[in-house]
Design a binder for this molecule. Structure first.
Ligand SMILES: Nc1ncnc2c1ncn2[C@@H]1O[C@H](COP(=O)(O)OP(=O)(O)OP(=O)(O)O)[C@@H](O)[C@H]1O
Ligand SMILES: [Mg+2]
Length: 259
């Protein structure tokens, strides 16, 4: 079981999408680097994926960079209690949770239980958009995330704007009332940053300006978490989601084998 503190001053940012390779770890490590570089309380990353990519990235992080607290939630330690292993430093105000691909329904409920922000990175291919629509349906129907709470947002990743699949993704999410808060381009900066234990915000501005600008849009949305929490949308903003209307909506947008 995943235990995370129920603290009023902690933005628990959960990054999930059961589709492998959509950019969960990339987003987690870049957000953590940004919070660290900005100064203030040391951010924490919790790696829930057996692959341990976020923890490996953290091991590579140069000592000269501002610290990030790492929590290897995927490990089962015999030496420590689960709550000790998963403890988040008291001073931390941003906890970024990197999840595994293919979560069970129970895992999904558990990992989102006290989340204050949920980010779903989506790649623009038909297969990925299809998988993302299932992921969003599960978040609404299984994890019972209420869109009026404004906790949920999508980040389009490795995207070329003005493509047909990008437009379909946008209109599908628009109909569901889920904001797309940033569009990250396909950029080798993310690959190099991952190799070096840093984020794009640690790279020279002339090289990573476009990537940092999109990252800042995500940070801006995340920074607004308390405002979002206290100003939920009024009842009746959206029809109640149910399996039928999410599936029908999905089919009407994409058909059964769209591109
Ligand atoms: N915007 C991007 N531009 C270029 N490469 C990217 C971008 N986003 C992610 N990548 C690369 O794509 C690969 C998969 O990304 P990442 O590991 O973040 O996905 P993931 O969702 O965490 O995968 P998994 O489900 O296996 O954990 C990595 O090699 C990463 O460097
Ligand atoms: Mg990953």
């Amino acid at each position: 079981m995943l235990i995370t503190p129920n603290r009023n001053d902690l933005n628990k940012i959960v990054i999930l999408n059961p589709k492998g390779g959509c950019g969960k770890t990339t987003l987690a490590t870049n957000l953590a680097s940004y919070y660290a570089a900005r100064g203030g309380p040391v951010p924490a990353v919790m790696d829930c994926d057996q692959q341990g990519s976020t923890m490996r990235w953290l091991e590579k992080r140069p000592c000269s960079r501002p610290p990030i607290h790492g929590i290897a939630a995927y490990k089962n330690s015999m030496q420590a209690t689960r709550s000790w292993q998963l403890r988040v430093p008291n001073e931390t105000t941003s906890l970024i949770v990197d999840s595994a691909a293919s979560l069970s329904h129970d895992d999904l409920r558990e990992i989102t239980r006290d989340a204050t922000s949920i980010l779903v990175p989506v790649l623009p291919s038909a297969i990925d958009i299809h998988a993302a629509s299932h992921c969003i349906a599960d978040l609404l129907l299984v994890a019972k995330i209420d869109r009026r709470d404004r906790k949920l947002a999508v980040v389009a990743n490795r995207t070329r704007r003005n493509t047909k699949s990008f437009e379909k993704l946008m209109s599908f999410l628009d109909t569901l009332g889920i904001p797309v808060i940033a569009v990250m381009r396909d950029s080798q900066n993310f690959v190099h940053a991952a190799e070096e234990g840093i984020g794009v915000c640690d790279m020279p501005l002339h090289r990573a300006k476009q990537d940092i600008e999109q990252l800042e849009l995500i940070i801006k949305w995340l920074d607004d978490w308390e405002n979002r929490r206290h100003h939920a949308m009024p009842t009746g903003t959206y029809p109640e989601p149910n399996a039928a209307n999410v599936t029908v909506l999905h089919k009407s947008q994409f058909g059964s084998s769209s591109n």
